[in-house]
Design a protein around this ligand. Structure first.
Ligand SMILES: NC(=O)c1ccc[n+]([C@@H]2O[C@H](COP(=O)([O-])OP(=O)(O)OC[C@H]3O[C@@H](n4cnc5c(N)ncnc54)[C@H](O)[C@@H]3O)[C@@H](O)[C@H]2O)c1
Length: 349
């Protein structure tokens, strides 16, 4: 019988417990949950108990030194992703690190270099790539059904949805920014993935912070200091070396009718639009417009598919779908948009 993989987690908050530990605990033929680390002692103990882990730690360095782990998840606030991931890779672990990979492209590049040096796997938690609509869209694009893609749009807009207001999510030094880095990372990633990662060459955008005072703060948020120094809306436009362009729009709070996410791809042979869980394909056939809505199988739980894929990658020595090398490009785009908003002009990459 194959030996179970010894697993530990760094960061046992909402995502660590509900996505990572829940999904890895379902893979009990393959994975043994050994240790839980969180800087909040009660949380580390309670989560370790809940998932029958052998040990709870307050310090990830200590956990990595004492436990002989095969792989770890990193589900901490964003500013801890790079140091914890690099430490885990150097300790000989494969790493499943949450999105956004880190705060800057340089830090994500350091993570890629640590991964290459260690010979271990590193996957970023970009779960939207695993959705049925995204996988079918990728096949349609790769089969040439859209022809040349010359423009794209993507966004995720919330009416009222600021996470942990006053905690680490709304503190730039810990999160790197607001909805652009938090939500934007998902849909900028999936759009670029579908387009085959053309080279971005210029970004211009604007950010707004209009809801810092409007909604109640949440003193129970992790890392609460009452800080709100990030945007709540980011809009932008990107140019790629192949002539393609992309418009983006991400908000945590806006006065809109309802929350929605969307990706639109404009090709010279066809177009694809994903919105409100529906995928629409438009094609030109001898001057006639054909419109189809593929019947998509319901998505399996987002964490389960991703975690099962990562275990498969470790077991079968495969490259993960969500590669950190591509996360470097996504982070370049995000940081350039923040820079453009600060400078008030287009930024050339
Ligand atoms: N893939 C997704 O769609 C998705 C969804 C939610 C969150 N996330 C990501 O997961 C990460 C965590 O988000 P969350 O909502 O769980 O936040 P959270 O605040 O609920 O949990 C973060 C936990 O990390 C702990 N922590 C902080 N510093 C630490 C350190 N040095 N060592 C160990 N533990 C530490 C905190 O005490 C807290 O318990 C973020 O990067 C977020 O972007 C991803």
């Amino acid at each position: 019988m194959k030996k179970k993989l010894r697993y530990g987690i760094i960061g046992a908050g909402g995502c660590g417990a509900s996505k990572h530990l829940n999904s890895y605990s379902r893979l009990s033929d393959d994975v043994e949950i050994i240790a839980v680390c969180d800087i909040i002692a009660d949380r580390a103990d309670a989560v370790a108990d809940r998932f029958n882990a052998e040990a709870a730690y307050l310090d990830y360095q200590e956990m990595l030194e004492k436990e002989d782990l095969d792989f770890v998840s990193v589900a901490t606030p964003n500013h801890v992703h790079a140091p914890a991931t690099i430490a885990a890779l150097q300790a000989g672990c494969h790493v499943h690190c949450e999105k956004p990979a880190s705060l800057t492209a340089e830090l994500v590049q350091d993570m890629v270099e640590a991964k290459n040096k260690s010979g271990k796997k590193l996957m970023i938690g970009l779960n939207n790539r695993f959705n049925n609509w995204a996988q079918l869209s990728k096949k349609l694009v790769d089969a040439g059904r859209l022809g040349e893609i010359y423009h794209a749009k993507c966004g995720w807009k919330r009416r009222r949805g600021i996470p942990g207001k006053g905690g680490w999510f709304t503190t730039k030094a810990q999160s790197g920014g607001g909805p652009l880095i938090d939500l934007g990372v998902h849909f900028i990633d999936v759009s670029n993935y579908l387009m085959g990662f053309p080279e971005p060459i210029a970004v211009s955008g604007q950010t707004y912070s209009k809801f810092a005072d409007g909604q109640p703060f949440n003193p129970r948020a992790s890392g609460y200091t009452g800080t709100y120094d990030v945007e709540d809306l980011a809009v932008g436009m990107l140019r790629y070396a192949n002539g393609c362009t992309m418009q983006l729009e991400f908000s945590w709070a806006s006065n809109i009718d309802e929350e929605y996410t969307f990706v639109e791809l404009y090709g010279d042979k066809g177009g694809l639009a994903y919105a409100k869980d529906k995928l629409t394909l438009i094609e030109d056939f001898e001057g006639n417009i054909l419109k189809s809505n593929p019947v998509l199988a319901p998505d399996e739980n987002w964490g389960n598919v991703e975690s099962r894929h990562f275990v498969e990658c470790i077991r079968e020595d495969k490259e993960p779908i969500a590669r950190p090398e591509e996360a470097v490009i996504i982070m370049k785009i995000i940081c350039a948009l923040y820079e453009s908003a600060e400078l008030g002009r287009e930024v050339i990459l």
